[in-house]
Each structure stands twice: as structure tokens, then as C-alpha cells.
Design a protein around this ligand. Structure first.
Ligand SMILES: NC(=O)C1=CN([C@@H]2O[C@H](COP(=O)(O)OP(=O)(O)OC[C@H]3O[C@@H](n4cnc5c(N)ncnc54)[C@H](O)[C@@H]3O)[C@@H](O)[C@H]2O)C=CC1
Ligand SMILES: CC(=O)[C@H](N)C(=O)O
Length: 375
């Protein structure tokens, strides 16, 4: 077993966890081959569709739920389906506020047996798979990204097929590369990404679609742009600057940007992203002509973002110190995202453009700062 010296805390926990399947890959394969086959999927399907109809609401598990997106999605789904029908999971310890806001459970996506136990014991019907290693961290630690994003995904696909779950896996603008059309990037075109993150996400898209076609797995996937949120920080991606700028602008009045001023990327406010996720999850299957859709809201460069922020914070000081790795990644990604298929098939519409995004982010972070100062 290799020792990864530079792992983040989360990864360390994965590798040290006694039940972790990555320590015994041969055994995991053997166990799975005995217990899961397409035949068994069909038998399970009738049983689970009955229990889903009985309860009326789906029972949802979110993996990697303590990242930038999971808590927000849990809040949205809990409003819709009831607090106890949505279980948040991760391998990290939840902050108090998250722990007390609804069910939370430890789930390591590399531990197939533990995942199965959770799905069975909690009668899960929808699985939302958010665990991942993002683009910049992935380039710094390829074995970790490969393990979480590919081996972990295989566990998720098998568990979803075995238990007839509706499975949502997000993909990303990072699933495209320098040979894809960049302005705009359509749903179907060349996909030759140059990051392990992108390679793993193309793999997820193709595997999900393959399981859908071969085993009738209800796989649904959205390619998210860079997501911007005020209450949670991003987990090591290329688009993180567009979140960090708001925090630094409010707290210090200055910001150092690691991308060049004219680097244009698709971005989206978190509320739009979470609503899109709920909408595709609830869309009637006959409306979906595809299983993987681009979704889009706005595209901007650091320079354009700074101009908009300065309309509210006129004294903001900006410097540029380009990070070669992230700049190279950004230069290979889409500039504009074509989401016309999502708009046509399930009526996708974004609500936040750049001015609303900036206004909302600054308001949120400023209020937060004032509350902190008052306490
Ligand atoms: N945030 C963004 O801008 C975008 C995110 N996405 C996708 O959305 C999903 C969620 O993204 P974020 O919340 O931003 O990610 P994040 O990096 O903030 O969070 C990922 C979570 O996965 C957890 N994790 C790591 N190893 C695990 C394991 N072995 N078992 C269970 N959990 C594990 C981590 O503890 C972390 O809480 C990811 O699949 C990502 O690729 C796609 C495009 C844009
Ligand atoms: C766009 C993404 O997938 C993510 N935010 C990243 O930058 O890696």
C-alpha cells in the first residue's frame, strides 16, 4: 500500500480506516462479484419501487456532504422531502450546526460494505454522490484523486444498481479539454481533458450512461460550472478565486488573484446550482433525452468580476500572481457553456447573473462579519 505523505486530513482518514476497501482490492472484487449481478438488480427493483411508493418521499443519502455543496443541497431537499428523509454523510466530523440540523452519518465511499449497510438500513432510494477530489488538489495528488473519483465512483455505481437507486453524480466544465470547442462548449463534442479530475469525470459520465443503458440504472448527471457560495469555502479547485475574492474584499479590502485577468470561465451561484440539481432529480424520465447535461448561468473573467465588485467596494485593491498549474487548467476549460438541451428538455433557467451574484455574496459576507463583530 503506498503511503501518500501530502494527503489532506480527509484522505489520511480514508487510508487509515480499518474497513477501507482500498487496502484489499482483490477481496472487494471477489465479494462484489458474488453478491451483485444484473439479475439481482431486477429482483431488487420491484421490492424497492414498492417501498418508495409507500412512503411517497424519496429517502436520500448525500455522500461528501460536508464539502462546498452538500449542506446547501441537504437544506433544500429537507424542505421538500422532510428533515429525516435526507441523510448527509462524509468522512469528516460535522460542525455542530450541521450535526444538529438533520441526520448525519459517517460514510466512506471506498468502503463498499459500509455503504451497502447504510443504504439498506436507511431504505435509501436516491443517492447523491458529491464526494470528490477537485481539479487543483487532484493535480497535486493523482493517486488520491484516482482512488476517490474512480474507485469510489465504481462502488457508488454498483451500490446504486444493486439497490435500484436514482443516482445523481455531478460532472463539471473540467470534463472538457483544450481540443473541445471552448466558446461555446456543447453537450456532445470532443472530451480529452488534461487533468486527473477531468479524466475521472468523463469516466463517471460514461460509466453512468453505460449502467443506465445496460442495467436500467436511473443515472442523472449535470456538468456544473464553477460554483460560488458565501457560507462554505471551496475544496481546492481552479475556480476557487471567484469565491475567495468576496471574503478577502470584505475582510481586508485586497485580493491576490492566481489567474490572469482575462481568463474567462463559466460560473454559477449556488442557489441556481442546487435548484438545477433538484429539478433534474425530479424530472420525469421521459423528458430526459440525455443523461448528462451542461448547465450554465454566466461567464466572466477576474477583471470583469473585479469591476463588478468595485461598484460596491470602490477601494478594492487587486494584484495578480499567476499560478502556473491552475492557469494551464483554466486555459483548457470552456469559456462559455451551451446548455440549450437542459433549457429545452426540463426547462432549466438560471436566476443569477453577475450583478445579482456580486450583490448577494457581498451582502451575505458583510452581514456575517457584522454578526461576528457584535458577538
Ligand atoms: N464546487 C464546484 O465549483 C464544483 C463542484 N463539482 C462537483 O460537485 C461535487 C461536490 O463538490 P464540492 O462540494 O465543491 O467538493 P468539496 O471538495 O468541497 O467536498 C468533497 C467532499 O468529499 C469528501 N470526501 C473525500 N473523500 C471521501 C471518502 N473517501 N468518502 C466520503 N467522502 C469523501 C470530503 O471530505 C469533502 O467533504 C463534486 O463531485 C465536484 O466534482 C462540479 C463542478 C463545480
Ligand atoms: C469547476 C470545478 O469542477 C471545480 N470548481 C474546480 O475548479 O475544480
Amino acid at each position: 500500500m503506498p503511503v501518500f505523505r501530502s494527503l489532506a486530513g480527509a484522505a489520511k482518514q480514508v487510508l487509515l480506516s480499518p474497513g477501507c476497501s482500498c487496502q484489499t482490492p482483490a477481496l472487494t472484487v471477489a465479494v462484489r462479484a458474488m453478491s451483485w449481478s444484473p439479475r439481482q438488480v431486477n429482483t431488487d427493483a420491484s421490492f424497492h419501487s414498492v417501498s418508495f411508493a409507500e412512503s411517497d418521499h424519496p429517502r436520500v443519502l448525500i455522500t461528501g456532504g460536508l464539502g462546498q455543496l452538500g449542506v446547501g443541497l441537504a437544506n433544500l431537499l429537507r424542505k421538500r422531502f422532510g428533515k429525516n428523509n435526507v441523510i448527509l454523510s462524509d468522512i469528516r466530523k460535522p460542525p455542530d450546526q450541521v450535526f444538529h440540523s438533520g441526520p448525519f452519518i459517517y460514510a466512506d465511499i471506498l468502503d463498499y460494505k459500509n455503504l451497502r449497510e447504510i443504504i439498506v438500513n436507511n431504505r435509501i432510494t436516491w443517492l447523491i454522490h458529491y464526494s470528490a477530489v477537485l481539479s487543483a488538489v487532484g493535480e497535486a495528488n493523482v493517486p488520491l484523486a484516482r482512488n476517490i473519483n474512480i474507485t469510489g465512483l465504481h462502488n457508488i455505481l454498483d451500490i446504486a444498481a444493486e439497490h435500484n437507486l436514482r443516482l445523481f453524480v455531478p460532472s463539471t466544465i473540467g470534463a472538457f479539454g483544450p481540443t473541445s470547442p471552448r466558446n461555446p462548449t456543447p453537450d456532445l463534442c470532443v472530451q480529452r481533458p488534461r487533468t486527473i479530475y477531468g479524466v475521472s469525470k468523463v469516466h463517471a459520465e460514461l460509466m453512468g450512461e453505460y449502467y443506465h443503458q445496460k442495467y436500467d440504472l436511473d443515472f442523472r448527471c449535470l456538468r456544473y460550472p464553477g460554483i460560488i457560495s458565501a457560507d462554505t469555502l471551496p475544496g481546492g479547485g481552479t475556480t476557487d478565486y471567484a469565491v475567495q475574492i468576496f471574503h478577502d474584499a470584505v475582510k481586508t479590502g485586497k485580493f491576490e488573484c492566481y489567474l490572469e485577468p482575462k481568463t474567462k470561465l463559466p460560473m454559477m451561484y449556488i442557489q441556481d446550482c442546487l435548484r438545477a440539481t433538484l429539478e433534474i432529480l425530479e424530472a420525469p424520465a421521459e423528458q430526459l433525452t440525455m443523461r448528462t447535461y451542461n448547465i450554465s448561468a454566466m461567464s466572466f473573467t477576474p477583471e470583469e468580476l473585479v469591476t463588478e465588485v468595485r461598484k460596491n467596494l470602490t477601494d478594492l485593491k487587486i494584484t495578480y500572481k499567476v499560478d502556473k498549474v491552475r492557469q494551464e487548467i483554466a486555459d483548457s476549460w470552456p469559456m462559455e457553456f451551451d446548455d440549450s438541451n437542459a433549457r429545452r428538455d426540463w426547462n432549466w433557467k438560471h436566476e443569477y447573473d453577475l450583478p445579482e451574484l456580486v450583490f448577494t455574496m457581498l451582502n451575505f459576507i458583510t452581514n456575517d462579519q457584522e454578526m461576528l463583530r457584535a458577538n
